[in-house]
Design a protein around this ligand. Sequence first.
Ligand code: AMP
Ligand code: GLY
Length: 435
Amino acid sequence: MKILILGSGGREHAIAYKLSRSSLVSDLIVAPGNPGMKATLPGLRTKNISVTDLEGLLEFALSEKPDLTIVGPEASLSVGVVDLFQQNNLLIVGPTKAAGQLETSKAFAKKIMFAAGVPTADYSEFTNQQAALDFIIKSSQEKMVVKCDGLAAGKGVVVCQTKEEAKNAVSALMSEKLLGENVDHLIIEEFLEGTEVSAFALCDGEHFTFLGTACDHKRLRDGNLGPNTGGMGVFAPARCLENGDLEWMETHVFSPMLKAMKELGMPFSGILFAGLMKTHDGWKVLEFNVRLGDPETQVLLPLIEDDLIPWFKASAIGEIKKHQAECGQKNPTRKKENGVHVVMAASGYPGTEGVSVRLGDEISFDPTFVLSDSDFLFYAGVDAVENIFKTKGGRVLGITSLSDSAELARESAYHKISQIHFFGAQFRKDIGAKA
Ligand code: AMP
Ligand code: GLY
């Protein structure tokens, strides 16, 4: 099969790595991809087209005729790449623009969760600043969470410890252009406390298969301090799960969401990624994303034993249930090992602390740097200039290590990280550490 992957980060490098191992795949193209994945996966081709350039992507796909396209980033989904490819009879894994509203609109996701009876924080919705401020003043709670409705690359959620902070957040978002433009739609949510878990299901509009769980570390610094980032590291599987939790998520989160979306006339296909919190009151969904997580994918996919191509294809053609019956498995087999992934980011990342992200630094490796079969180097924001890798993005690269022991996986990932160097590199030292 010829496979096209859309995206350019560590997530897409991990997808490309996983699919490159499939005996069904003969040709792998990533658009736009990055030079790191090209250097490490022999035969992989990259094509420099932006993930939101619908015309360019369609023209390329019609000329290459991939058997299956897999979408990495939400940006492609939110402009409707799935709708367009489907209209042109190109098989693609991912939700339509309408179904993708589960990620692109927090208010939409909340409405569906309430309609479907999926446990989530209470919330109110506002399109008027004064109404939001009045709500905060009258609230019986000091702590609350202000979230802008649309996509905001992780910058649209403000967790507020006091009413004063919440009022400031509303003003900053609605009239002081905190996100570049003023936001005209936001929600204010009940503050929840607990341990966060990301859970991933691959869906086909009606049925789903479970891909696994992971724990992301979104803050820049150790101990969950510093600004929010896209994710600085992850371990998998999540450790706070108890017997029955996965079954609970299937029955109380994924099944009712798929049923509700189908009833609405927006059947959900592709990856449904639930961000959940284990509170004293049970599990609650914080948010949905409609794609694989970055960096969760960098550990989730190496932990999957089976070839994912038949599962991805089953998702695209609405045959997950049929595939489950044929292969006699509910889910792709997952390795029993533990995985840890540590991200190395550029100096200044994420660029929200008054310094800009520094790019263009050479990346070097100790001469003794070697990867074993259970270590993986996934490139993200890198450029190649005459065979020398240079930093080109906030999150530059990451190392995943797998081991029977979570502690050994962690040691191995950090050993590899210590052998990679570039100016001002930032990484957390506590990914996968015992709580
Ligand atoms: P979201 O994009 O909605 O997942 O929010 C980003 C982060 O904000 C989450 O990973 C949580 O750490 C935090 N967060 C979101 N909603 C809540 C909530 N209701 N209570 C406490 N923290 C939250
Ligand atoms: N790592 C969180 C995300 O991909 O949204």
